[in-house]
Design a protein around this ligand. Structure first.
Ligand code: CTP
Ligand code: MG
Length: 165
């Protein structure tokens, strides 16, 4: 899941500039995604996820580390899926009238898992079912909110994020 966990904090670090929705509004008059989702954050985030995934593949191939099997396809699906999940969440946040940065418990923590799993299931189900055993699934469900909270508190303390969630 590392290629799915890295894109969000990297997007927070290097995001900014043109919003993905180009400032456009939805039929309800509210922004489609809002200023918290930018092209720079998306591109840097996805590339960073692919980069750490490539490092994992390299460690398995050359140093024979005992890590889950990855391919260029699987790491790309995880990295892209994580931020697409984040964007999907922002879309529904705006429809519910929540402002940029408002907390939305559960969705804020699991959006990246939902997005990453969905893309992997659609485009590489063989990989998904070969690595996602029940114990791994349980570990992901427990670890994700803990990691999310810890990293966001660090981001808040070092003033990268405006909110500690
Ligand atoms: N970010 C970005 N582009 C993305 C995702 C994140 O630029 N695709 C940056 C933004 O600066 C954003 C910050 O990372 O403010 C934190 O991300 P997140 O908490 O997901 O966004 P919020 O500002 O909370 O916006 P939302 O309410 O839409 O989730
Ligand atoms: Mg947020």
């Amino acid at each position: 899941m590392v290629p799915a966990y890295v894109p969000n904090p990297v997007a927070a670090l290097c995001g900014g500039g043109t919003p993905i929705d180009f400032n456009r509004t939805w039929s309800d008059g509210k922004r489609i995604l809002g200023d918290g989702k930018t092209w720079r954050g998306l591109v840097c985030g996805v590339l960073s996820g692919i980069l750490v995934g490539a490092l994992q593949i390299w460690l398995v191939m050359t140093c024979h580390w005992d890590l889950p099997q990855h391919t260029v396809v699987s790491i790309t699906l995880l990295a892209l899926g994580a931020l697409l999940g984040d964007m999907g969440k922002s879309f529904f946040k705006r429809r519910l009238g929540k402002e940029r940065g408002d907390a939305w418990p559960v969705a804020d923590q699991y959006d990246l898992v939902a997005g990453a799993f969905l893309l992997a299931l659609i485009f590489d189900p063989a990989w998904f079912f070969s690595v996602m055993t029940i114990p791994i699934l349980i570990a992901i469900l427990i670890l994700t909110p803990l990691l999310h909270r810890s990293v966001n508190i660090i981001g808040y303390r070092i003033k990268v994020k405006k909110e500690p969630w």
